[in-house]
Design a protein around this ligand. Structure first.
Ligand SMILES: NC(=O)c1ccc[n+]([C@@H]2O[C@H](COP(=O)([O-])OP(=O)(O)OC[C@H]3O[C@@H](n4cnc5c(N)ncnc54)[C@H](O)[C@@H]3O)[C@@H](O)[C@H]2O)c1
Length: 329
């Protein structure tokens, strides 16, 4: 039986990747500190015989040693893959560069080294479309090979998240080029789900706000910002597809998103319409160095793995409205 080790397994991506891999016959070993998630998010997984959970911290060498002991010899009993989902992700946290660096860069590097030490064959590195930063839009969508124009410390502390993630892509590429492991980086764009633990992202924020009444405050940027939104079922499916397409694990990066672009005001109105509420929108605050549009070109992952998103934004909003985060619905 193949085994996958997932860091941040209680998070939005990690938990759904675990669900899909368990359904595909994998054994899953996962860990999380619940820094940005809840035990309720993996209650269903913990009932599965093929799922093991540990309350480990990606940043604690002692925890890595415990995990290493647990995994010793496992690679000879079937395939062994690592998926790194643990990260400081939310806008609420990632304006703190030192914290994001520790988890997102040092933690990723330590997890990659652990994967090599225990003989894992595959490593999936969750990166982000934030790496495109100020050049997140071209007609037809930005390509993985496009040069980047990244905001500096003069323009936005937010850029530290993107730059840290970009560095992990170099670690991933180096490890593959040196023949230490197979793997790749995924540049996710605006993933959402009904299972989001923190309400800061625009879709859960809108739903939670409109449940209390029609008044909603958006950033000034929202007057012009357009985004695509990728349902978590699809982002997790992209991870699974890549794990099953070893030839695609060449150390490179893959865009993972949709091309269904929508303006923020229209998004709030669309969600409101599905809830039977007419939103009363006001604007306050500005987010610096936030691109007006972000559109990815997904041809590379489609050509190499056949992956394409399946959940439309309208269907995804329906799913979010129907279910709250696990354990709260
Ligand atoms: N959500 C998005 O829109 C989005 C977009 C682009 C990229 N990504 C990337 O995808 C990956 C997964 O993101 P997500 O949306 O599932 O985020 P999430 O916050 O839902 O999940 C991250 C999980 O990691 C855990 N974690 C954090 N620090 C930890 C530590 N030191 N040790 C162990 N666990 C720790 C958190 O408790 C949480 O459960 C991240 O690498 C993120 O940067 C997400």
């Amino acid at each position: 039986m193949n085994t996958v080790v997932i860091s941040g397994v209680a998070g939005m991506t990690g938990s759904e990747v675990a669900r899909q891999l368990l359904a595909g016959g994998w054994r899953v070993v996962g860990f999380d500190t619940f820094f940005a998630s809840s035990p309720a998010a993996i209650e269903d997984l913990r009932k599965e015989d093929s799922f093991s959970f540990y309350p480990y911290d990606l940043n604690r060498p002692a925890d890595a040693r415990l995990l290493e002991n647990e995994l010793a010899g496992r690679s000879s009993k079937g395939g062994l893959a690592f998926v790194n989902c643990a990260a400081v992700v939310h806008t609420k946290h990632f304006y703190v560069p030192s914290a994001t660096f520790e988890t997102n860069v040092c933690g990723m590097k330590a997890f990659l080294e652990l994967a090599v030490r225990v003989g894992a064959q595959q490593f999936i590195n969750c990166s982000t479309s934030e790496v495109y930063s100020l050049k997140s839009f071209v007609a037809g969508g930005v390509l993985e090979s496009d040069p980047l124009l990244v905001a500096s410390s003069e323009t936005s502390p937010r850029a530290s998240y993107a730059i840290g993630k970009l560095l992990t892509e170099f670690f991933m590429r180096e490890a593959v080029d040196l023949g230490r492991i197979r793997g790749c980086s995924l540049r996710f764009a605006n993933v959402y789900s009904h299972d989001e633990f923190l309400p800061e992202h625009i879709i859960p924020y809108t739903i939670q706000t409109l449940r209390k009444g029609p008044a909603i405050v958006l950033l000034e940027n929202a007057r012009k910002t357009r985004r695509t939104f990728l349902h978590n079922n699809d982002s997790a499916a992209a991870v699974v597809r890549l794990l099953e397409s070893d030839r695609a694990l060449d150390g490179s990066a893959y865009n993972v998103g949709t091309v269904e672009e929508i303006g923020m005001v229209e998004l709030v109105e669309t969600i409101g319409a599905q809830m039977g509420v007419t939103p009363e929108i006001t604007f306050a605050g500005v987010r610096s160095a936030d691109p007006e549009r972000r559109l990815l070109n997904m041809e590379k992952i489609r050509a190499r793995t056949g992956w394409a998103p399946t959940v439309t934004l309208s269907q995804g909003i329906q799913l979010c409205l129907r279910h709250g985060p696990r354990g709260t619905a």
